[in-house]
Design a protein around this ligand. Structure first.
Ligand SMILES: Nc1nc2c(ncn2[C@@H]2O[C@H](COP(=O)(O)OP(=O)(O)OP(=O)(O)O)[C@@H](O)[C@H]2O)c(=O)[nH]1
Ligand SMILES: [Mg+2]
Length: 219
Protein backbone atom coordinates (compact mmCIF):
# COMPACT_ATOMS: atom_id res chain seq x y z
CA UNK A 1 0.00 0.00 0.00
CA UNK A 2 2.77 2.37 0.97
CA UNK A 3 4.47 1.67 -2.35
CA UNK A 4 1.30 2.57 -4.28
CA UNK A 5 0.92 5.84 -2.37
CA UNK A 6 4.54 6.77 -3.02
CA UNK A 7 4.15 5.98 -6.71
CA UNK A 8 1.00 8.13 -6.99
CA UNK A 9 2.77 11.00 -5.29
CA UNK A 10 5.69 10.79 -7.71
CA UNK A 11 3.40 10.45 -10.72
CA UNK A 12 1.40 13.50 -9.72
CA UNK A 13 4.66 15.39 -9.17
CA UNK A 14 5.81 14.36 -12.64
CA UNK A 15 2.68 15.69 -14.32
CA UNK A 16 3.01 19.16 -12.73
CA UNK A 17 6.75 19.11 -13.50
CA UNK A 18 5.92 18.44 -17.16
CA UNK A 19 3.58 21.47 -17.19
CA UNK A 20 6.33 23.60 -15.68
CA UNK A 21 8.87 22.40 -18.25
CA UNK A 22 6.50 23.43 -21.02
CA UNK A 23 5.97 26.85 -19.44
CA UNK A 24 9.70 27.43 -18.93
CA UNK A 25 10.47 26.27 -22.47
CA UNK A 26 7.86 28.65 -23.83
CA UNK A 27 9.58 31.53 -21.99
CA UNK A 28 13.07 30.36 -22.99
CA UNK A 29 13.95 30.36 -19.29
CA UNK A 30 16.85 28.24 -17.99
CA UNK A 31 15.88 26.62 -14.67
CA UNK A 32 18.45 24.98 -12.39
CA UNK A 33 17.70 22.96 -9.26
CA UNK A 34 20.57 23.21 -6.72
CA UNK A 35 20.81 20.19 -4.44
CA UNK A 36 23.28 19.49 -1.62
CA UNK A 37 23.51 18.53 2.02
CA UNK A 38 22.89 21.37 4.51
CA UNK A 39 25.67 23.94 4.50
CA UNK A 40 27.57 22.82 1.40
CA UNK A 41 27.27 26.34 0.03
CA UNK A 42 24.18 26.63 -2.21
CA UNK A 43 23.30 30.13 -1.02
CA UNK A 44 26.95 31.18 -1.12
CA UNK A 45 27.22 30.02 -4.75
CA UNK A 46 24.06 31.96 -5.56
CA UNK A 47 25.33 35.11 -3.84
CA UNK A 48 28.53 34.96 -5.92
CA UNK A 49 26.77 34.11 -9.18
CA UNK A 50 24.00 36.69 -8.82
CA UNK A 51 26.55 39.38 -8.04
CA UNK A 52 29.15 38.50 -10.68
CA UNK A 53 26.68 37.95 -13.55
CA UNK A 54 24.08 40.58 -12.73
CA UNK A 55 25.07 42.77 -15.69
CA UNK A 56 24.76 39.81 -18.03
CA UNK A 57 21.61 37.89 -17.04
CA UNK A 58 18.25 38.60 -15.45
CA UNK A 59 18.20 36.05 -12.62
CA UNK A 60 15.84 35.14 -9.81
CA UNK A 61 15.70 32.53 -7.07
CA UNK A 62 13.21 30.25 -5.38
CA UNK A 63 14.55 29.41 -1.93
CA UNK A 64 13.42 26.20 -0.25
CA UNK A 65 13.96 25.77 3.49
CA UNK A 66 12.28 24.00 6.36
CA UNK A 67 12.07 27.28 8.28
CA UNK A 68 13.21 30.93 8.09
CA UNK A 69 13.68 33.33 5.21
CA UNK A 70 17.39 33.79 5.94
CA UNK A 71 18.52 32.55 2.52
CA UNK A 72 15.94 34.60 0.60
CA UNK A 73 17.17 37.68 2.44
CA UNK A 74 20.82 36.86 1.63
CA UNK A 75 19.94 36.42 -2.04
CA UNK A 76 17.77 39.56 -2.13
CA UNK A 77 20.74 41.54 -0.77
CA UNK A 78 22.44 40.98 -4.16
CA UNK A 79 19.54 42.78 -5.85
CA UNK A 80 17.98 39.63 -7.30
CA UNK A 81 14.33 38.76 -6.77
CA UNK A 82 13.91 35.89 -4.29
CA UNK A 83 10.84 34.02 -3.14
CA UNK A 84 11.04 31.84 -0.04
CA UNK A 85 9.16 28.57 0.29
CA UNK A 86 9.02 27.17 3.84
CA UNK A 87 8.26 23.46 3.77
CA UNK A 88 7.48 23.44 7.53
CA UNK A 89 9.45 20.29 8.12
CA UNK A 90 9.24 18.82 4.61
CA UNK A 91 12.60 17.55 3.38
CA UNK A 92 12.31 18.64 -0.27
CA UNK A 93 10.58 20.97 -2.71
CA UNK A 94 8.14 19.55 -5.23
CA UNK A 95 6.71 20.77 -8.50
CA UNK A 96 3.43 21.98 -6.97
CA UNK A 97 5.26 24.18 -4.47
CA UNK A 98 7.28 25.71 -7.30
CA UNK A 99 4.19 26.22 -9.47
CA UNK A 100 2.34 27.84 -6.56
CA UNK A 101 5.13 30.36 -5.92
CA UNK A 102 5.74 31.55 -9.48
CA UNK A 103 3.22 34.41 -9.42
CA UNK A 104 5.65 37.12 -8.18
CA UNK A 105 8.04 36.49 -11.10
CA UNK A 106 7.85 38.09 -14.54
CA UNK A 107 9.06 34.91 -16.26
CA UNK A 108 9.17 36.46 -19.74
CA UNK A 109 11.76 38.92 -18.45
CA UNK A 110 14.07 36.43 -16.79
CA UNK A 111 17.01 34.47 -18.22
CA UNK A 112 17.81 32.07 -15.36
CA UNK A 113 15.70 30.86 -12.45
CA UNK A 114 17.61 29.08 -9.69
CA UNK A 115 15.83 26.79 -7.28
CA UNK A 116 17.73 26.28 -4.02
CA UNK A 117 16.32 23.05 -2.68
CA UNK A 118 16.09 22.06 0.97
CA UNK A 119 19.52 20.94 2.25
CA UNK A 120 19.36 17.16 1.84
CA UNK A 121 21.26 14.77 -0.43
CA UNK A 122 18.42 12.24 -0.74
CA UNK A 123 14.77 13.38 -0.91
CA UNK A 124 15.04 16.42 -3.25
CA UNK A 125 16.53 14.21 -5.94
CA UNK A 126 13.29 12.24 -6.28
CA UNK A 127 11.10 15.27 -7.04
CA UNK A 128 11.43 16.94 -10.42
CA UNK A 129 10.60 20.64 -10.02
CA UNK A 130 10.39 21.32 -13.75
CA UNK A 131 14.08 22.20 -13.99
CA UNK A 132 16.33 21.80 -17.01
CA UNK A 133 19.12 20.40 -14.87
CA UNK A 134 19.93 19.37 -11.35
CA UNK A 135 23.16 20.89 -10.05
CA UNK A 136 24.81 18.80 -7.33
CA UNK A 137 26.91 20.66 -4.78
CA UNK A 138 29.41 18.87 -2.60
CA UNK A 139 31.79 20.59 -0.21
CA UNK A 140 35.20 19.18 0.55
CA UNK A 141 34.35 19.14 4.27
CA UNK A 142 31.84 16.33 3.69
CA UNK A 143 34.16 13.52 2.54
CA UNK A 144 35.10 12.31 -0.93
CA UNK A 145 32.96 9.15 -0.64
CA UNK A 146 29.66 11.03 -0.89
CA UNK A 147 29.04 10.38 -4.62
CA UNK A 148 29.46 6.67 -3.91
CA UNK A 149 27.15 6.75 -0.86
CA UNK A 150 24.43 8.98 -2.34
CA UNK A 151 24.53 7.89 -5.98
CA UNK A 152 21.17 9.07 -7.29
CA UNK A 153 21.96 12.78 -7.16
CA UNK A 154 25.30 12.36 -8.91
CA UNK A 155 23.70 10.03 -11.41
CA UNK A 156 20.99 12.53 -12.38
CA UNK A 157 22.89 15.82 -12.05
CA UNK A 158 24.28 17.56 -15.11
CA UNK A 159 27.17 19.08 -13.16
CA UNK A 160 28.81 18.81 -9.75
CA UNK A 161 30.11 21.94 -8.06
CA UNK A 162 32.83 20.96 -5.59
CA UNK A 163 32.84 23.82 -3.11
CA UNK A 164 35.18 25.01 -0.32
CA UNK A 165 38.41 24.02 -2.10
CA UNK A 166 40.10 26.65 0.09
CA UNK A 167 39.72 24.05 2.89
CA UNK A 168 41.57 21.28 1.02
CA UNK A 169 44.81 21.74 3.01
CA UNK A 170 42.89 20.99 6.22
CA UNK A 171 40.69 18.03 5.26
CA UNK A 172 41.20 14.53 3.88
CA UNK A 173 39.37 15.03 0.63
CA UNK A 174 40.74 13.65 -2.62
CA UNK A 175 39.23 15.63 -5.51
CA UNK A 176 40.23 12.99 -8.07
CA UNK A 177 38.69 10.21 -6.00
CA UNK A 178 35.37 12.07 -5.62
CA UNK A 179 35.38 12.89 -9.33
CA UNK A 180 36.13 9.28 -10.23
CA UNK A 181 33.25 7.97 -8.09
CA UNK A 182 30.87 10.54 -9.54
CA UNK A 183 31.89 9.84 -13.14
CA UNK A 184 31.51 6.10 -12.63
CA UNK A 185 27.83 6.92 -12.06
CA UNK A 186 27.58 9.59 -14.72
CA UNK A 187 30.36 9.68 -17.30
CA UNK A 188 29.26 13.02 -18.75
CA UNK A 189 29.13 14.84 -15.39
CA UNK A 190 30.77 18.29 -15.51
CA UNK A 191 32.87 18.99 -12.41
CA UNK A 192 33.65 22.50 -11.15
CA UNK A 193 35.99 22.76 -8.14
CA UNK A 194 35.32 26.21 -6.62
CA UNK A 195 35.66 28.29 -3.50
CA UNK A 196 32.77 30.61 -2.87
CA UNK A 197 34.92 32.21 -0.20
CA UNK A 198 37.89 33.15 -2.42
CA UNK A 199 36.13 33.11 -5.80
CA UNK A 200 38.61 30.53 -7.12
CA UNK A 201 37.30 28.33 -9.94
CA UNK A 202 34.06 30.21 -10.58
CA UNK A 203 34.81 31.19 -14.20
CA UNK A 204 34.24 27.68 -15.66
CA UNK A 205 30.91 27.53 -13.76
CA UNK A 206 29.94 30.87 -15.28
CA UNK A 207 30.99 29.66 -18.74
CA UNK A 208 28.74 26.62 -18.30
CA UNK A 209 25.82 28.88 -17.30
CA UNK A 210 26.38 31.02 -20.39
CA UNK A 211 26.43 27.97 -22.66
CA UNK A 212 23.30 26.46 -21.08
CA UNK A 213 21.43 29.77 -21.23
CA UNK A 214 22.35 30.20 -24.91
CA UNK A 215 21.23 26.64 -25.71
CA UNK A 216 17.90 27.13 -23.91
CA UNK A 217 17.25 30.42 -25.66
CA UNK A 218 17.98 28.88 -29.03
CA UNK A 219 15.77 25.86 -28.35
N1 LIG B 1 35.65 28.00 3.81
C1 LIG B 1 34.59 28.12 3.04
N2 LIG B 1 33.38 28.30 3.58
C2 LIG B 1 32.31 28.42 2.75
C3 LIG B 1 32.43 28.38 1.35
N3 LIG B 1 31.19 28.50 0.80
C4 LIG B 1 30.35 28.62 1.83
N4 LIG B 1 31.00 28.58 3.01
C5 LIG B 1 30.43 28.68 4.34
O1 LIG B 1 29.65 27.51 4.60
C6 LIG B 1 28.52 27.83 5.41
C7 LIG B 1 27.25 27.36 4.75
O2 LIG B 1 27.07 28.07 3.53
P1 LIG B 1 25.63 28.29 2.86
O3 LIG B 1 25.87 28.98 1.58
O4 LIG B 1 24.72 28.91 3.84
O5 LIG B 1 25.20 26.77 2.62
P2 LIG B 1 23.81 26.20 2.09
O6 LIG B 1 24.11 24.99 1.29
O7 LIG B 1 23.06 27.28 1.42
O8 LIG B 1 23.10 25.81 3.48
P3 LIG B 1 21.54 25.40 3.71
O9 LIG B 1 20.70 26.33 2.90
O10 LIG B 1 21.36 25.57 5.17
O11 LIG B 1 21.43 23.96 3.26
C8 LIG B 1 28.57 29.35 5.62
O12 LIG B 1 29.16 29.61 6.87
C9 LIG B 1 29.46 29.83 4.48
O13 LIG B 1 30.13 31.03 4.79
C10 LIG B 1 33.74 28.22 0.80
O14 LIG B 1 33.97 28.15 -0.42
N5 LIG B 1 34.76 28.07 1.69
MG1 LIG C 1 21.11 27.94 1.76
Amino acid sequence: MEIAVTRNLLESNESVAAELKELFAHKGLLVLNLISSPGAGKTSLLERTLTDLRGEFRMAVIEGDLQTDNDARRVAATGAQAVQINTNGGCHLDSRMVRDHLAPFDLANLDILFIENVGNLVCPVEFDCGEDHKVALLSVAEGDDKPEKYPLLFNLAKVMVLNKVDLLPYVDFDVQRATRFARQLNAALGVFPVSCRSGEGLDPWYAWLRAERAAKKQA
